[in-house]
Design a protein around this ligand. Sequence first.
Ligand code: MIC
Ligand code: SF4
Length: 643
Amino acid sequence: MGLTLTEKILKSHTVDGVFEKGKEIGIKIDQTLTQDATGTMAYLEFEAIGIPRVKTERSVAYIDHNTLQSGFENADDHRFIGSVAKKHGIYFSRPGNGICHQVHLERFGIPGKTLIGSDSHTPTGGGIGMIAIGAGGLDVAVAMGGGAYYITYPNIVKVNLTGKLNSWCAAKDVILEVLRRMSVKGGVGKVIEYCGEGVKSLSVPERATITNMGAELGATTSIFPSDEVTKQFLKAQKREDAWTPLSADDDAVYDEVIDIDLSKIEPMAACPHMPDNVKTLSEIGNMKIDQVCIGSCTNSSLQDMMKVAHILKGKTVHPDVSLSIAPGSKQVLNMLAQNGALAIMIDAGARILESACGPCIGMGQSPNSKGISLRTFNRNFEGRSGTKDGQIYLVSPEVAASSAIAGVLTDPRTLGDMPEFKMPDEFIINDNMIEPPCDEKDMDKVEVLRGPNIKPFPKTEPLRDVQECRCSLKVEDNITTDHIMPAGAKILPLRSNIPAISQHCFTVCDENFPSRAKEMGASIIVGGANYGQGSSREHAALAPLYLGVKAVLVKSFARIHRANLINAGILPLTFKNEADYDSIDLGDELIMSNLIDSIKSGKSIIITNKTKNKEIECVCELSDRAKKIVLAGGLLSYTKEQM
Ligand code: MIC
Ligand code: SF4
């Protein structure tokens, strides 16, 4: 029986566990990446593990999220990450060099290699045939130290692409179509593998748009084959040596098959407030808009920007619209500057932003009250833009640019003929903003620079057998990490300071949660289905840990957040019987007993609700390794124990 591409790469990297569906496997990690909003914590954890130099083939630290420096905090973090990277063998991509995923694709990604990153959009690397997975910072720290990364052996979905995209229809529309069909939880436990005749017609950046936003399906990752198109891209990046051809065997067996005829794809938008709330432009109609933002790790490649420039050429942004553009990397921005496209954008009235995440993570450009904002990004969760009642629609760069001119949501197919946007034969290569690490022999000479906002990892303790607690919060389905640990320009600077950032935990849902949880001492959060979808931020586990949360009891979890809870030593519990969700209310007194034996033996955990005089049966399915982590009080304690 032939193998899928995913199986080939996973098989060649498996170092622990059995290669069987649903079982946990440990894979060797070739490359890691971090960004600054999760990086400070990841490097504090790496320091705590105590391994002097990274053991990966390549580790890169990027600065791209917290680039708005309205106080000393972010700049201090940049200096900390830069110095820690230099000392421990990590390449450092300086602020201004671009968004981690875009730069990694350009300069470091290698087909067939494994990559984990402390950012949920790490699967962007699947665009050049990597197994690239988003993970919590602590998992990345362990991988930098040479430890394996553990995933559940996934189900593999084949997306069979046929045909070719019509003019002005985009890769973004393809992933929106997949989201429309599969939903934001449809990818949990799965890898999405793109195959078929249609693959050839998609460039590497287009493929990367699709794998990037596979994160919104909840998928473990997404991957494209490595073919002649990949080779051309790497050659244009002067990295042809990194290329190897890779694809699934013809007789590979998949768990699920989805057929997509590219010629039937039409321009679409994900409507507020979920990436799977997808409608065609004609279904939405001629909506008046207030803002357009172009950029983010989903859509900020040179090819995207050239399409935008073509549409803006000789035009003026509509008087009622604010248009901002953030090219994804210094390479892209530099090429736009040299070929004149930047001048076209400036001339049209676009507000040019630095090459960074910017508005995508609420770092500026929050829309006006109730403002309708079209964005080429990947997430439109409520409040993420920084404006609570902002209405965010996710669209392609083509839709974004044509709408910015018209002032209303516009189908780019009305623009008429589309020229061919060819990939360049050569990109401008200048890695002067990537600092290599020092030689190992010089590492003692490098001083790690710590600002006053950088506080140590919160305290953990081994699991207790009996835990008395109270219900500190009850929330509904589809709670995102943006609800649990909001981002934005005001809160992001606190990412290195868990005591301070925890004061904002869940305040989107309930302003009193932090003080209530702290007062209760030990507590449980109760939630619905797909709890913790979205980002990889481990702060969404570390802040509850700091506030005394001992368990999260929900109908179901999103993958990365569940792993982060385990890493933090918080019990991830699910209801045996979902109807029991109704039998716990805020403030109820709860007792979890016989925890150690139940965890060890995999038996149900019984929570006694003293207030309601009722017993609730909960499931805590953990791999043998995860059991040990939870018993030790988290991955950091477990890793130290192991050493
Ligand atoms: C995001 O898109 O939400 C982020 C910001 O990139 C996060 C990481 C973070 O919270 O720092 C992600 O996707 O993992
Ligand atoms: Fe940055 Fe947005 Fe991409 Fe997250 S999704 S890495 S915030 S550009």
